[in-house]
Write a protein that binds this ligand. Structure first.
Ligand SMILES: NC(=O)c1ccc[n+]([C@@H]2O[C@H](COP(=O)([O-])OP(=O)(O)OC[C@H]3O[C@@H](n4cnc5c(N)ncnc54)[C@H](O)[C@@H]3O)[C@@H](O)[C@H]2O)c1
Length: 250
Protein backbone atom coordinates (compact mmCIF):
# COMPACT_ATOMS: atom_id res chain seq x y z
CA UNK A 1 0.00 0.00 0.00
CA UNK A 2 3.06 2.25 -0.06
CA UNK A 3 2.44 3.79 -3.48
CA UNK A 4 -0.45 5.80 -4.91
CA UNK A 5 -2.08 9.09 -4.03
CA UNK A 6 -2.96 9.65 -0.36
CA UNK A 7 -5.82 12.04 0.49
CA UNK A 8 -5.74 13.60 3.97
CA UNK A 9 -8.98 15.28 5.04
CA UNK A 10 -8.73 17.69 7.96
CA UNK A 11 -5.18 18.41 6.82
CA UNK A 12 -5.07 21.87 8.39
CA UNK A 13 -5.85 20.61 11.89
CA UNK A 14 -3.65 19.52 14.79
CA UNK A 15 -3.28 15.90 13.72
CA UNK A 16 -3.65 16.70 10.02
CA UNK A 17 -0.60 18.95 9.99
CA UNK A 18 1.45 16.26 11.72
CA UNK A 19 0.31 13.64 9.20
CA UNK A 20 1.00 15.89 6.23
CA UNK A 21 4.51 16.65 7.54
CA UNK A 22 5.28 12.96 8.02
CA UNK A 23 3.95 11.93 4.59
CA UNK A 24 5.87 14.76 2.91
CA UNK A 25 9.05 13.67 4.70
CA UNK A 26 8.48 10.15 3.35
CA UNK A 27 8.00 11.47 -0.19
CA UNK A 28 4.40 10.24 -0.55
CA UNK A 29 2.12 11.58 -3.29
CA UNK A 30 -0.32 13.67 -1.27
CA UNK A 31 -3.55 15.64 -1.66
CA UNK A 32 -5.17 17.63 1.13
CA UNK A 33 -8.78 18.55 1.85
CA UNK A 34 -9.96 21.02 4.47
CA UNK A 35 -12.25 24.01 4.74
CA UNK A 36 -9.16 26.16 5.29
CA UNK A 37 -5.93 25.92 3.23
CA UNK A 38 -3.06 23.80 4.57
CA UNK A 39 0.30 25.64 4.43
CA UNK A 40 3.06 24.15 2.28
CA UNK A 41 0.82 21.86 0.22
CA UNK A 42 0.61 21.96 -3.58
CA UNK A 43 -2.33 19.60 -4.24
CA UNK A 44 -5.19 20.95 -2.10
CA UNK A 45 -8.97 21.02 -2.37
CA UNK A 46 -10.53 23.64 -0.11
CA UNK A 47 -14.14 22.83 0.70
CA UNK A 48 -16.53 21.32 3.16
CA UNK A 49 -17.39 17.71 3.90
CA UNK A 50 -21.06 18.60 3.55
CA UNK A 51 -20.63 19.32 -0.19
CA UNK A 52 -20.64 15.93 -1.96
CA UNK A 53 -19.37 17.36 -5.29
CA UNK A 54 -16.39 18.91 -3.55
CA UNK A 55 -15.62 15.69 -1.68
CA UNK A 56 -15.88 13.71 -4.94
CA UNK A 57 -13.45 16.13 -6.62
CA UNK A 58 -10.93 15.62 -3.81
CA UNK A 59 -11.27 11.83 -4.07
CA UNK A 60 -10.39 11.51 -7.80
CA UNK A 61 -7.40 9.23 -8.38
CA UNK A 62 -6.93 8.51 -4.66
CA UNK A 63 -5.60 5.11 -3.50
CA UNK A 64 -5.51 5.69 0.27
CA UNK A 65 -7.79 7.94 2.31
CA UNK A 66 -6.91 9.28 5.75
CA UNK A 67 -10.14 10.80 7.07
CA UNK A 68 -9.50 13.23 9.91
CA UNK A 69 -11.85 16.14 9.16
CA UNK A 70 -14.50 16.38 11.85
CA UNK A 71 -15.68 18.37 14.81
CA UNK A 72 -13.04 16.98 17.18
CA UNK A 73 -14.99 16.90 20.46
CA UNK A 74 -18.46 17.40 21.84
CA UNK A 75 -20.31 20.34 20.35
CA UNK A 76 -23.89 21.16 19.39
CA UNK A 77 -25.23 17.90 17.97
CA UNK A 78 -27.49 19.27 15.23
CA UNK A 79 -25.32 22.22 14.21
CA UNK A 80 -21.87 20.55 14.33
CA UNK A 81 -21.81 16.79 14.95
CA UNK A 82 -24.55 15.86 12.47
CA UNK A 83 -23.18 17.77 9.45
CA UNK A 84 -19.47 17.20 10.05
CA UNK A 85 -19.31 13.80 11.78
CA UNK A 86 -22.38 12.00 10.37
CA UNK A 87 -23.28 13.50 6.98
CA UNK A 88 -19.60 14.16 6.23
CA UNK A 89 -18.74 10.50 6.91
CA UNK A 90 -21.51 9.45 4.52
CA UNK A 91 -20.23 11.72 1.73
CA UNK A 92 -16.58 10.72 2.26
CA UNK A 93 -17.26 6.97 2.27
CA UNK A 94 -19.58 7.09 -0.74
CA UNK A 95 -17.10 9.21 -2.70
CA UNK A 96 -14.25 6.85 -1.76
CA UNK A 97 -16.25 3.86 -2.99
CA UNK A 98 -17.06 5.61 -6.29
CA UNK A 99 -13.42 6.63 -6.78
CA UNK A 100 -12.13 3.09 -6.19
CA UNK A 101 -10.13 3.92 -3.05
CA UNK A 102 -8.32 0.81 -1.80
CA UNK A 103 -7.67 1.65 1.86
CA UNK A 104 -9.54 3.97 4.23
CA UNK A 105 -8.14 5.03 7.61
CA UNK A 106 -10.76 6.57 9.88
CA UNK A 107 -10.06 8.74 12.95
CA UNK A 108 -12.16 7.39 15.81
CA UNK A 109 -11.57 8.23 19.45
CA UNK A 110 -10.75 6.68 22.81
CA UNK A 111 -13.94 8.41 23.96
CA UNK A 112 -15.87 5.39 22.59
CA UNK A 113 -14.63 3.33 25.56
CA UNK A 114 -14.82 6.22 28.04
CA UNK A 115 -15.71 4.34 31.24
CA UNK A 116 -13.28 1.48 30.68
CA UNK A 117 -10.35 3.86 30.36
CA UNK A 118 -10.45 4.58 34.11
CA UNK A 119 -11.78 1.31 35.48
CA UNK A 120 -9.80 -1.17 33.40
CA UNK A 121 -9.00 -3.98 33.23
CA UNK A 122 -6.04 -2.60 31.32
CA UNK A 123 -5.00 -2.53 28.65
CA UNK A 124 -8.48 -2.06 27.19
CA UNK A 125 -8.74 -4.22 24.07
CA UNK A 126 -10.42 -3.48 20.76
CA UNK A 127 -13.24 -5.93 21.39
CA UNK A 128 -14.70 -4.52 24.65
CA UNK A 129 -18.29 -3.32 24.75
CA UNK A 130 -18.15 0.40 23.83
CA UNK A 131 -19.18 2.97 26.45
CA UNK A 132 -19.39 6.26 24.52
CA UNK A 133 -18.89 9.43 26.53
CA UNK A 134 -21.66 11.41 24.75
CA UNK A 135 -22.82 12.44 21.25
CA UNK A 136 -19.33 13.00 19.77
CA UNK A 137 -18.28 9.49 20.82
CA UNK A 138 -21.61 8.02 19.68
CA UNK A 139 -20.94 9.54 16.26
CA UNK A 140 -17.47 7.96 16.26
CA UNK A 141 -19.19 4.57 16.77
CA UNK A 142 -21.30 5.41 13.71
CA UNK A 143 -18.02 6.06 11.86
CA UNK A 144 -16.60 2.70 12.96
CA UNK A 145 -19.83 0.91 12.01
CA UNK A 146 -20.01 2.55 8.59
CA UNK A 147 -16.37 1.61 8.03
CA UNK A 148 -17.11 -2.03 8.84
CA UNK A 149 -20.08 -2.02 6.44
CA UNK A 150 -17.90 -0.65 3.63
CA UNK A 151 -15.14 -3.19 4.28
CA UNK A 152 -17.64 -6.06 4.13
CA UNK A 153 -19.80 -4.84 1.25
CA UNK A 154 -17.26 -3.29 -1.09
CA UNK A 155 -13.99 -5.06 -0.37
CA UNK A 156 -12.26 -1.86 0.73
CA UNK A 157 -9.60 -2.12 3.45
CA UNK A 158 -10.76 -0.10 6.46
CA UNK A 159 -8.76 0.74 9.58
CA UNK A 160 -10.55 2.65 12.36
CA UNK A 161 -8.16 4.11 14.90
CA UNK A 162 -9.25 5.07 18.42
CA UNK A 163 -6.86 7.94 18.99
CA UNK A 164 -5.43 9.06 22.31
CA UNK A 165 -5.27 12.75 23.25
CA UNK A 166 -3.23 14.95 20.93
CA UNK A 167 -3.75 18.41 22.45
CA UNK A 168 -4.82 21.24 20.18
CA UNK A 169 -4.23 24.14 22.59
CA UNK A 170 -2.01 25.32 25.43
CA UNK A 171 -5.02 24.91 27.75
CA UNK A 172 -5.32 21.22 26.80
CA UNK A 173 -1.61 20.73 27.45
CA UNK A 174 -2.11 22.26 30.92
CA UNK A 175 -5.09 19.96 31.53
CA UNK A 176 -3.09 16.86 30.62
CA UNK A 177 -0.27 18.04 32.91
CA UNK A 178 -2.57 17.73 35.96
CA UNK A 179 -4.46 14.57 34.86
CA UNK A 180 -2.77 11.19 35.37
CA UNK A 181 -4.93 9.15 33.00
CA UNK A 182 -4.51 11.75 30.26
CA UNK A 183 -0.73 11.46 30.37
CA UNK A 184 -1.10 7.71 29.81
CA UNK A 185 -3.20 8.20 26.66
CA UNK A 186 -1.29 11.23 25.38
CA UNK A 187 -0.56 11.11 21.65
CA UNK A 188 2.31 13.35 20.55
CA UNK A 189 2.08 15.05 17.14
CA UNK A 190 5.17 13.11 16.05
CA UNK A 191 3.68 9.73 17.00
CA UNK A 192 0.35 10.74 15.41
CA UNK A 193 2.12 11.47 12.12
CA UNK A 194 4.05 8.20 12.29
CA UNK A 195 0.92 6.21 13.17
CA UNK A 196 -1.01 7.39 10.10
CA UNK A 197 2.02 6.89 7.84
CA UNK A 198 2.31 3.29 9.15
CA UNK A 199 -1.41 2.74 8.57
CA UNK A 200 -1.11 4.03 4.99
CA UNK A 201 2.01 2.00 4.23
CA UNK A 202 1.36 -1.32 5.99
CA UNK A 203 1.22 -4.28 3.62
CA UNK A 204 -2.26 -5.74 3.21
CA UNK A 205 -4.53 -7.36 3.02
CA UNK A 206 -6.31 -5.83 6.01
CA UNK A 207 -10.02 -6.41 5.69
CA UNK A 208 -11.25 -4.41 8.69
CA UNK A 209 -9.44 -3.48 11.87
CA UNK A 210 -9.98 -1.35 14.93
CA UNK A 211 -6.77 -0.27 16.64
CA UNK A 212 -5.71 2.19 19.35
CA UNK A 213 -2.95 4.77 18.93
CA UNK A 214 -1.21 6.61 21.75
CA UNK A 215 2.34 7.54 22.65
CA UNK A 216 4.10 5.48 25.35
CA UNK A 217 2.15 5.57 28.65
CA UNK A 218 3.68 7.29 31.67
CA UNK A 219 2.26 4.86 34.28
CA UNK A 220 -0.42 2.47 32.97
CA UNK A 221 -0.84 1.07 29.46
CA UNK A 222 -4.57 1.88 29.21
CA UNK A 223 -5.20 1.19 25.51
CA UNK A 224 -3.91 -2.03 23.97
CA UNK A 225 -1.42 -1.06 21.25
CA UNK A 226 -0.86 -4.66 20.15
CA UNK A 227 -3.18 -4.54 17.11
CA UNK A 228 -1.51 -1.37 15.82
CA UNK A 229 1.90 -2.95 16.34
CA UNK A 230 1.03 -6.30 14.72
CA UNK A 231 -1.09 -5.10 11.80
CA UNK A 232 0.55 -1.78 11.02
CA UNK A 233 4.05 -1.93 12.51
CA UNK A 234 3.30 1.13 14.69
CA UNK A 235 5.56 1.60 17.70
CA UNK A 236 5.23 4.81 19.75
CA UNK A 237 8.55 6.63 20.11
CA UNK A 238 7.55 9.46 22.43
CA UNK A 239 6.05 9.90 25.89
CA UNK A 240 4.30 12.80 27.66
CA UNK A 241 5.38 15.68 27.57
CA UNK A 242 7.52 15.15 24.45
CA UNK A 243 6.07 17.07 21.51
CA UNK A 244 3.97 19.49 23.56
CA UNK A 245 6.27 22.34 22.48
CA UNK A 246 4.78 21.90 18.99
CA UNK A 247 1.35 22.76 20.42
CA UNK A 248 2.28 25.62 22.75
CA UNK A 249 4.78 27.42 20.52
CA UNK A 250 3.72 31.03 19.87
N1 LIG B 1 -6.70 15.55 18.89
C1 LIG B 1 -7.19 14.55 19.61
O1 LIG B 1 -6.86 14.42 20.80
C2 LIG B 1 -8.14 13.55 19.00
C3 LIG B 1 -8.49 12.43 19.78
C4 LIG B 1 -9.35 11.49 19.26
C5 LIG B 1 -9.84 11.64 17.96
N2 LIG B 1 -9.51 12.75 17.24
C6 LIG B 1 -10.04 12.87 15.87
O2 LIG B 1 -8.96 13.14 14.98
C7 LIG B 1 -9.41 13.99 13.93
C8 LIG B 1 -8.53 15.22 13.85
O3 LIG B 1 -8.61 15.91 15.08
P1 LIG B 1 -7.73 17.21 15.39
O4 LIG B 1 -7.43 17.19 16.83
O5 LIG B 1 -6.64 17.35 14.39
O6 LIG B 1 -8.83 18.34 15.17
P2 LIG B 1 -8.67 19.79 14.52
O7 LIG B 1 -9.90 20.55 14.89
O8 LIG B 1 -7.36 20.38 14.88
O9 LIG B 1 -8.68 19.47 12.97
C9 LIG B 1 -9.85 19.13 12.28
C10 LIG B 1 -9.75 19.73 10.88
O10 LIG B 1 -10.93 19.33 10.16
C11 LIG B 1 -11.41 20.44 9.44
N3 LIG B 1 -12.85 20.30 9.28
C12 LIG B 1 -13.78 20.22 10.25
N4 LIG B 1 -15.01 20.17 9.70
C13 LIG B 1 -14.82 20.20 8.36
C14 LIG B 1 -15.71 20.19 7.26
N5 LIG B 1 -17.04 20.15 7.43
N6 LIG B 1 -15.19 20.22 6.02
C15 LIG B 1 -13.85 20.28 5.83
N7 LIG B 1 -12.95 20.30 6.82
C16 LIG B 1 -13.45 20.28 8.08
C17 LIG B 1 -11.05 21.67 10.27
O11 LIG B 1 -10.97 22.84 9.47
C18 LIG B 1 -9.71 21.26 10.88
O12 LIG B 1 -8.62 21.71 10.10
C19 LIG B 1 -10.89 14.26 14.22
O13 LIG B 1 -11.67 13.32 13.52
C20 LIG B 1 -11.00 14.02 15.70
O14 LIG B 1 -12.32 13.66 16.08
C21 LIG B 1 -8.66 13.70 17.73
Amino acid sequence: MASGLVLVTGSSGRIGRAVVGELQARGRALRCFDRVPTPGVKDMVVGTLTDPACVAKAMRGVTTLIHLAATPDDADFLAEIVPNNIIGVHHVLEAAKEAGVKRIILASSGQVIWNRRNTGPWPVGVDVQPSPRYWYAAAKLFLEGAGKAFADAFDIEVIAVRLGWCPRTKEQVEEIAVTDWAQDVYLSPGDAGRFFACAAEAPGPISFAIVYATSQPVKILRYDLEAARRLLGYEPREKWPQGTQIVVRP
